[in-house]
Design a protein around this ligand. Structure first.
Ligand SMILES: [Zn+2]
Length: 262
């Protein structure tokens, strides 16, 4: 299929509208598929998959690579690297800095879901995570199952943690991973996006890094969200080996927002 080039002189306006319409269509497809039910509880993994599909659909319809809408020219025929996200819960801990060093060496950005009271113990680590380009998200103040609390107490768990994180990172806390994976629908006015996972190697049940590595790398596929905990030495060791193996297989590690948005 031939792609018609816009004549910049004649139809700059049309070009802009075309791009806007394409972006709106893409967004509509993504939103339409990702918001299930009536809550703000959007599963990133579902939307990431939806995003992948919708992008392919758009490419079929438009005959061009939607990924280039933002203006990046990509004339090669090669497929983009499959993306995957590492997420770490329950930190910071005494092992987190070692993990951050390893991520930096490998050029990898990850997503951290922080326990508020641990952030108060290791504030400089939270600041470092944000400064080095990782996403810092909320994992409640006391690591509690918020649906077991009153709505008022649940709100306090989230808001108190947001306050601490925002002071340390100078950024709005947009993502939450509720401990035990259950989000409270009544907190949707907080406008936070809850992020679940697609690969859970149950790293907290073993001290054997090999076991964790094997479970993850044998399951890993494009757009997966891997759940690990940076409060265990074996999990941190496993994480860096997982990166080395999956990078050698061509995966690109991204933060969860990139799986969702791009
Ligand atoms: Zn947790």
């Amino acid at each position: 299929m031939e792609i018609r080039r816009w004549d910049r002189k004649q139809s700059f306006g049309k070009g802009v509208y075309g791009i806007l319409i394409m972006m709106l269509v893409l967004e509509a497809v993504v939103l339409g598929r990702s918001v299930s039910g009536t809550t703000e509880n959007i599963s990133i993994s579902e939307s990431a998959v939806a995003n992948g599909e919708s992008q392919k659909d758009m490419e079929k319809k438009s005959g061009k690579n939607v990924g280039n809408v933002a203006g990046q020219e990509n004339d090669t025929q090669s497929e983009p690297a499959p993306r995957i996200a590492l997420t770490f819960d329950d930190g910071p801990s005494i092992y987190t800095e070692k993990l951050l060093d390893g991520l930096k060496e490998r050029g990898v950005k990850a997503t951290f879901f922080i326990i508020g009271e641990s952030a108060e113990v290791y504030p400089e680590i939270v600041t470092r995570e944000a400064a080095e380009g990782h996403i810092v998200g909320n994992h409640t103040y006391h690591h509690v199952e918020i649906t077991k609390l009153s709505v008022t107490a649940a709100r306090e768990e989230i808001e108190k943690t947001n306050e601490i994180l925002e002071k340390l990172t100078q950024k709005k806390t947009e993502y939450v991973r509720p401990p035990f994976g259950v989000w409270e629908e009544e907190l949707e006015d907080l406008e936070m996006m809850s992020v679940m996972w697609t690969i859970d190697p149950l790293d907290w049940t073993t001290k054997n890094a090999d076991e964790i590595v094997n479970k993850v790398v044998t399951q890993a596929e494009e757009n997966d969200i891997i759940l690990l905990h940076d409060c265990y030495k074996s999990s941190v060791q496993a994480a860096l080996r997982i990166i080395d193996i999956l990078q050698s297989e061509g995966f690109e590690f991204v933060t969860v927002d990139q799986l969702f948005i791009e």
